[in-house]
Design a protein around this ligand. Structure first.
Ligand SMILES: [Fe+2]
Length: 201
């Protein structure tokens, strides 16, 4: 990371730590997982650096979400979900205004898009979604599953792998899921994959 990027990143991450420590910790963990997936996708060192920075900032738009919604321990109403989903757009607007993050803004904007076009905020589909955003979608979901959320308990890494593989080719880019599985399940243990409805913010 260049010095000017690092200074700006640190300022934003300090704000995130004060706003919601759980999201700040999630950022760090997702970045680690994304780098593992990225190395299995044979990304270049430049792409890996952009992936790491994008993952470290992917939920920075949650700075603009009300604390009561962000930290709610109960299911959110439809209106509250709409506010929560706005974090992708808020993060994009924040980052695109900073020249040193111009390459990251579009990836942050797209991290909740789905391979099948049913994601948000723009309902991008397949390769319309930047590759690094497709990687973050998998890393983000894995972390949310194994660490849980205030309204949902954590599952094991194996269960998380199964859940992500169930959504290979629908929610997630199949090639990214294969790279993820190659990292987490290198000996190719069989996992059961029965489709269930699933959503993630
Ligand atoms: Fe997010």
């Amino acid at each position: 990371m260049k010095q000017v990027q690092f200074d700006s990143y640190q300022a934003m991450e300090r704000a995130m730590v004060r706003k919601d420590l759980a999201t700040a910790r999630h950022h760090s963990r997702v970045a680690e997982v994304c780098l593992k997936i990225g190395s299995h996708l044979s990304l270049s060192s430049e792409e890996l650096a952009c992936l790491e920075l994008s993952a470290l900032l992917h939920d920075i738009g949650k700075l603009g979400v009300d604390d009561a919604i962000l930290k709610s321990a109960t299911s959110l109403s439809e209106g509250e979900w709409a506010q929560m989903r706005a974090h992708a757009e808020i993060g994009f607007r924040l980052l695109r205004g900073l020249e040193e993050f111009s390459g990251v803004a579009e990836i942050v904007h797209s991290h909740h898009e789905r391979w099948d076009g049913a994601g948000y905020p723009r309902r991008l589909k397949g390769h319309e979604i930047p590759l690094l955003a497709r990687v973050i979608a998998v890393g983000d979901t894995f972390d949310a599953l194994v660490h849980g959320r205030p309204y949902r308990s954590a599952v094991s890494e194996t269960e998380a792998l199964q859940e992500i593989m169930r959504h290979r080719g629908t929610q997630f880019d199949p090639d990214v899921v294969d790279a993820f599985a190659a990292w987490l399940n290198p000996v190719g243990l069989p996992v059961s994959v029965h489709a269930t409805p699933y959503g993630m913010v």
